[in-house]
Design a protein around this ligand. Structure first.
Ligand SMILES: Nc1ncnc2c1ncn2[C@@H]1O[C@H](COP(=O)(O)OP(=O)(O)OP(=O)(O)O)[C@@H](O)[C@H]1O
Ligand SMILES: [Mg+2]
Length: 332
């Protein structure tokens, strides 16, 4: 059994909105093993970013964690003093947030910002930290990093800002990287280069990664495990290969059917019919039931108990998981 780098237990986040209090992260549990990548997937608005932000304790002002534990190296991040948490962010825990504007300060040059992190953590001396930040920029394929060292964030394109954010996140060889859609804004070639770089860093330093993405091809070829979120809850979790070959939840099956088939001449994206429920009007039973082709009476009234997958770590919150796993129920 390999070492757990991060263990999230029963995490819930509430937000006060004009329409009342909503709970967009609801009893979420998952873990990431050292040297492995856990993909967090799910439709827009399912709570992926809020989950990441709560682990890092950088939630928006009106949101708060109401329960749960976030265990990292034997300590609960949610219980640490802010000062200790601040030290962890950008050292042992690297972060790339969904909006790269939040990682870069517009008032300082990109190079200085990367150097500041290296200085703060390692204090190798100014000449060395300058060289290391240039190397970090080069490693994410920022062209002409010596010149770009002195550019301000607004002088970078969106894709380049994203790469700079990744360079900052990995500059100190973190043992855990939390990356929220880190490659979405990048074009395909750069995306592949950045993914390759992350895989190299992972192999070299046994870095664990929590990787939020919409791109199921990236999950397939780049991630080890996957957790699927729907309307604030994890509905399925397990090793990528198992889950992709035989999903245990109808929602996962529908997501997989919606992947554009690269092999076909004309890529077709089949969207899942219907919309996720609103957090202020959640159904009583399974949250996916109103859209689920396999929903039965019980699904509409009772939230499904977690069903474990045989032989591997994983499972799904669906009354019909066993039928899906043994092939009696096939979602087309
Ligand atoms: N500050 C806020 N105030 C009110 N509601 C919010 C706030 N931030 C997020 N939400 C709501 O919480 C839910 C989860 O948001 P979150 O950003 O975590 O989704 P996501 O899964 O990351 O989506 P995406 O794939 O679009 O990035 C959404 O329905 C969103 O509207
Ligand atoms: Mg998000």
């Amino acid at each position: 059994m390999s070492k757990l780098a991060l263990e999230v237990k029963n995490l819930s986040v509430e937000i006060s909105t004009p329409a009342g209090v909503i709970r967009p992260v609801d009893d979420v549990s998952f873990s990431v093993q050292a040297g492995r990548t856990l993909a967090l997937v799910g439709e827009s608005g399912s709570g992926k970013s809020l989950s990441c932000l709560s682990l890092l304790r950088v939630l928006p002002q009106d949101a708060r964690v109401v329960s749960g534990q976030v265990l990292f190296e034997g300590q609960d991040l949610l219980a640490l003093p802010e000062e200790a948490m601040h030290r962890l962010r950008g050292s042992k825990i690297g972060t790339v947030l969904q909006d790269p504007h939040t990682s870069l300060d517009p008032l300082f040059t990109v190079g200085e910002q990367i150097r500041e992190i290296i200085d703060y953590q390692q204090a190798p001396g100014r000449a060395v930290s300058r060289q290391r930040s240039i190397d970090a920029m080069r490693s994410v394929h920022i062209p002409a990093p010596e010149q770009r060292f002195s550019s301000y964030p607004h002088q970078f394109s969106g894709g380049m800002r994203q790469r700079a954010a990744i360079a900052m996140a990995v500059a100190c060889n973190p043992s855990l990287l939390i990356a929220d859609e880190p490659t979405t804004a990048l074009d395909v070639t750069i995306r592949m280069q950045v993914l390759r770089l992350l895989a190299e860093l992972q192999a070299e330093h046994k870095m664990a990664m929590l990787f939020v993405t919409h791109d199921l091809h990236v999950v397939r070829y780049f991630c080890d495990d996957v957790a699927v979120m729907y309307a604030g809850r994890i509905v399925e979790q397990g090793p990528v290969e198992e889950v992709f070959n035989r999903p245990a939840h109808p929602y996962t099956a529908s997501l997989l059917h919606a992947i554009p088939k690269l092999s076909r001449r004309r890529a077709r994206l089949t969207a899942i019919d219907g919309q996720p429920p609103s957090f202020s009007a959640l159904p009583d039973g399974c949250r996916f039931a109103p859209r689920c082709p396999a929903a039965q009476e019980q699904c509409l009234t009772q939230y499904p108990a977690w069903q474990t997958r045989p032989a591997v770590a994983g499972g799904a919150a669906c009354w019909r998981t066993n039928e899906m796993l043994d092939g009696r129920l096939i979602i087309q």
